[in-house]
Write a protein that binds this ligand. Structure first.
Ligand code: GLU
Length: 298
């Protein structure tokens, strides 16, 4: 079977040089291996995603000389597929609702830190692990809170989930931030009881990405090193849901001249802004080390 690659941006801002690098790398790897290249629009966050940004994604990628298969999968049109996956996890007894607001969580973390004089554990992105006790709430109390209309987050019972599937690893064809490559051991427990869905959004990045990669037959996930540690969660969800395991290739992030990560609000590295300044598509490819679509691999 020919390999399947995908570029999966979120339309919550304009693409920058880092996105161009990731997209072109996927495109070139697909071309070099006779595989296919898919574009997926990750627009589950209705509050931040906008049609204007989605249209700009199509325009900017076409300007760079890329083409992809149509129709494009737009995650907002497939919420039912993610709910079905969530229900399967719930049926395994691995999902529970928690009712604390962000401010309450921050306060619980501060209390713990004050009581123990130790920093509360953080996930690989630096966010504190869930400090609450919603997992052990009595069923009647849970039902009362759900019926009250209070906002809630549905969390994965990480300890039970890890116990169910045992040790996991993945094949890393690229490199992690500490040079990890080859067979990498997954450490999903580093994320604690993470959020799988919220009352107003019936899915999360982690859940929809594994459902879609499986559904679209993606064989090699090529993306930035900032998502390297998230792969541990993705492997766990794949194992729980019986989904196939793609290979992963995490690439280095393009940084600005000061060595900072690029952001969608920085005009100096935005593709639209560069185009408006008269920069040619070939110059963009040159700047990020990819000669041109159909040129050489970086
Ligand atoms: N939608 C994610 C982002 O824009 C990327 C998802 C992925 O490649 O797994 O950061």
């Amino acid at each position: 079977m020919p390999p399947v690659f995908r570029f999966a941006p979120s339309p919550n801002g304009y693409l920058h040089l880092g996105h161009a690098y990731s997209a072109l790398l996927n495109f070139e790897l697909a071309r070099a291996s006779g595989g296919s290249f898919l574009l997926r629009i990750e627009d589950i966050d209705a509050a931040r995603c906008r049609m204007e940004f989605e249209e700009a994604i199509y325009e900017d990628l076409a300007w760079l000389g890329m083409s992809w298969e149509w129709p494009v999968r737009r995650q907002s049109e497939h919420l039912g597929a993610y709910s079905a996956a969530l229900e399967r996890l719930a049926a395994m007894g691995l999902v529970y609702p928690s009712f604390e607001s962000r401010a309450e969580i921050a306060r619980l973390v501060m209390q713990q830190e004050a009581a123990t004089s130790r920093p509360w554990p953080r996930d690989p992105d630096g966010a504190p692990l869930y400090p609450g006790h919603a997992r052990t709430l009595p069923q009647a109390e849970r039902e009362r809170l759900l019926a009250s209309g209070k906002p809630y987050a549905l969390r994965l019972d990480m300890t039970a989930a890890v116990a169910r599937v045992g040790d996991l690893s993945w094949t890393e064809l690229g490199q992690g931030p500490d040079g990890e490559s080859g067979a990498v051991v997954a450490r999903p427990e580093a994320w604690g009881d993470l959020i799988l869905a919220r009352k107003e959004t019936p899915t999360s990045y982690h859940l929809s990405v594994v459902v879609d990669d499986a559904l679209q037959g993606v064989t090699e996930v090529v993306r930035g090193q900032d998502l390297f540690h998230a792969t541990s969660v993705h492997r766990l969800l794949q194992a729980l849901l019986g989904l196939p395991e793609p290979a992963y290739r995490h690439h280095q992030l393009i940084r600005d001249e000061g060595g900072h990560k690029l952001s969608k609000s920085n005009h100096a590295t935005g593709l639209r802004a560069l185009r408006a300044q008269g920069v040619a598509a070939a110059e963009i490819c040159h700047r990020i080390g990819i000669m041109s679509p159909s040129g050489r691999l970086p």
